[in-house]
Design a protein around this ligand. Structure first.
Ligand code: NDP
Length: 286
């Protein structure tokens, strides 16, 4: 079997075009949706992510603000920036790029973002809402993956979904979204005994570990749908995922590539969340 490629780049372009239309409608009604992206320090990968997010905003017609603090900025300075953005009526979404330097408490910073502007969906209130089935903002990466599965018409009701990686930003919210869609979920971490026995049961396998090529074809059920979240830089500078694409694509029925899979979807869903925040805000002003 040679797997179908799930084209995140193409789907993200469609979603961004829909976002641009919603932005136009909002502008006609007097609101320009605004996203603030706050970066602390000079981490090369984070700088690329921030640049891509700002560029995507501009292309879709959103207003964006890029705030850059020095690596040694005190946490209180970052909290003040966030508090100012919470009060700023031109900003509907606030994103603090992670990871933060070690002297900052990421949980405290995220809790300072207004839950109504938390377009990453990482605030404890938004995590709780997701868990209890009343989501306000869905974290962008798992939200984008759900859109990919939807566009591929993958049947989730009753499916075995195995997620490898249980972070707050990818694995855990992914499990909740798949559960809400009717899948039976298994969430794996580094302590999982016999990982291959779990992954081989998966009709849908989502891998988000940051361990390049750790899932190989022999760990995959024939015909499974494989979602590779990993973004790892190889020695030659190229990006690679957490799944060994060569062997996996011989066994799976569909697979996301890296790059061009989940990554572009994450940015598209950030725009969706920001526009939704602006639409909600506009509705409260009517
Ligand atoms: P974290 O490091 O926060 O979490 C990794 C998770 O994977 C942990 O739960 C860890 O288990 C688990 N894990 C690591 N190694 C193994 C293993 N050998 N077997 C089983 N489980 C394992 O990573 P993130 O969730 O933040 O990111 C994961 C990957 O996804 C990275 O490559 C990152 O760059 C990428 N990413 C891509 C995005 C995109 O838009 N495409 C967005 C966000 C992340 P334990 O809990 O036991 O430590």
């Amino acid at each position: 079997m040679t797997a179908r490629i799930i084209d995140g780049k193409a789907l993200s372009a469609t979603i961004k075009a829909e976002v641009a239309k919603r932005v136009e409608q909002l502008k006609e009604a007097g609101t320009t949706p605004g996203l603030a992206v706050v970066l602390v320090g000079e981490d090369a990968a984070s700088q690329v992510y921030v640049r891509n997010k700002i560029a995507a905003c501009e292309k879709a017609g959103l207003h964006s603000r890029n705030i850059h603090l020095a690596i040694d900025a005190p946490e209180e300075q970052l909290l003040d920036v966030v508090r100012d953005l919470n009060r700023d009526d031109t900003i509907h979404g606030i994103l603090v790029q992670l990871p933060l330097p070690a002297h900052m408490n990421a949980a405290r910073v995220i809790e300072t973002i207004s839950a109504q502007k938390d377009v990453d969906g990482f605030h404890v209130s938004n995590a709780g809402r997701l868990m209890t089935g009343r989501p306000l903002f869905r974290p962008c990466t798992p939200y984008g993956i759900m859109k990919m599965l939807e566009s591929e018409k993958v049947v989730l009701r009753g499916a075995e979904a195995v997620i490898v990686g249980a972070s707050n930003i990818v694995g855990k919210p992914m499990a909740l979204l798949l559960l809400a869609a009717g899948a039976t979920i298994t969430l794996c971490n580094t302590k999982t005994r016999d990982l291959a026995a779990q992954t081989r049961r998966a009709d849908v396998l989502v891998v988000a570990t940051g361990k390049p090529g750790m899932i190989t074809g022999d760990m995959i059920k024939p015909g499974a749908v494989i979602i590779d979240v990993g973004i790892n830089r190889r020695a030659d500078g190229k990006l690679t995922g957490d799944v060994d694409f060569e062997s996996a694509s011989q066994v799976a029925s569909a697979i996301t590539p890296v790059p061009g899979g989940v990554g572009p979807m994450t940015i598209a869903m950030l725009l969706v969340n920001t526009v939704e925040a602006a639409e909600r805000n506009a509705a409260t002003l009517v």
